[in-house]
Design a protein around this ligand. Structure first.
Ligand SMILES: [Zn+2]
Length: 255
């Protein structure tokens, strides 16, 4: 026997008791903002047979960001027939359009690495685990770009640390490496239900790119400009100033 139940609810915008107010990554604001449910069409049924009983439910909702007022759609589904190994009911939430809330790749990343990054962005919402694995691959390629072998990411990071090339970026490298490993091997992190952690990996990848590629490139440009426009006599004065300053500082330190 199957019992089907349908219900349609229209939420008033001033409804103070609206339980369906929640923090969510907004497709327009590209950050976590308060959202509310505009309306919800709810369906559920219970299937009773001689052997067992199963329950299924789905909420089809129009939702609205309370920051930018953009409207989108989501479904929330529970099904007692799946995921027996976790406490029921587990909600599976899908958004339309998919949320792409990750920052764009640093444009100084080599092209092949940007491709991996963009592929990770494209699948992030549906598969945070897949995105984490791709970002780990991107970082592995970055190690190769920085002069390492590119075969074993752990060895490459160790080599870069030894050469003093990673400075404050070592932890960012290791976070991406370890979270990415958890995506492809059984690990302690449950990335399926932790898109926020994976979202952070995109930011860390750009942080590494900014620090290890963009910043040195800009410093090089400033040096070239300095060489080009500063007259020789001024350069000499600057060198003397800094040399004297160094001597003065050394004296002070001795004293
Ligand atoms: Zn918004």
């Amino acid at each position: 026997m199957t019992t089907i139940f349908h219900e349609f609810t229209l939420y008033h915008k001033d409804d103070k008791d609206d339980k369906d107010r929640y923090s969510l990554l907004c497709i327009e604001c590209k950050k976590e903002t308060p959202h509310s449910t505009v309306c919800s069409y709810n369906e559920e049924y219970q299937r009773i047979s001689d052997m067992n009983t199963s329950d299924w439910s789905r909420k089809n909702q129009i939702i609205q960001c309370q920051n930018c007022k953009s409207v989108s759609f989501r479904t929330i589904t529970t099904d007692s027939e799946i995921d027996y190994d976790i406490p029921y009911p587990k909600e599976v939430i899908k958004y339309y359009p998919d949320l792409i809330t990750t920052p764009d790749p640093n444009q100084d990343l080599p092209y092949g690495i940007q491709e991996d990054y963009q592929e990770a962005q494209a699948i992030f919402f549906r598969s945070p685990r897949g995105a984490a694995a791709l970002l780990r691959l991107a970082i592995q390629k970055l190690c190769k770009h920085l002069g390492e072998k590119g075969k074993n990411i752990n060895d490459d990071i160790a080599a870069l640390v030894k050469k003093g090339h990673l400075a404050q970026n070592q932890q960012a490298f290791d976070i991406i490496r370890i979270v990415g490993n958890n995506a492809v091997h059984p690990g302690e992190l449950d990335l399926k239900n932790d898109p926020k952690t994976v979202n952070t990996l995109f930011q860390l990848t750009n942080l590494i790119a900014e620090s290890m590629i963009t910043h040195p490139k800009k410093v090089k440009q400033v040096n070239a400009l300095y060489d080009k426009i500063i007259p020789f006599t001024e350069k000499e004065r600057i060198t003397n100033r800094d040399t004297n300053k160094t001597k003065h500082t050394n004296k002070k330190n001795v004293a």
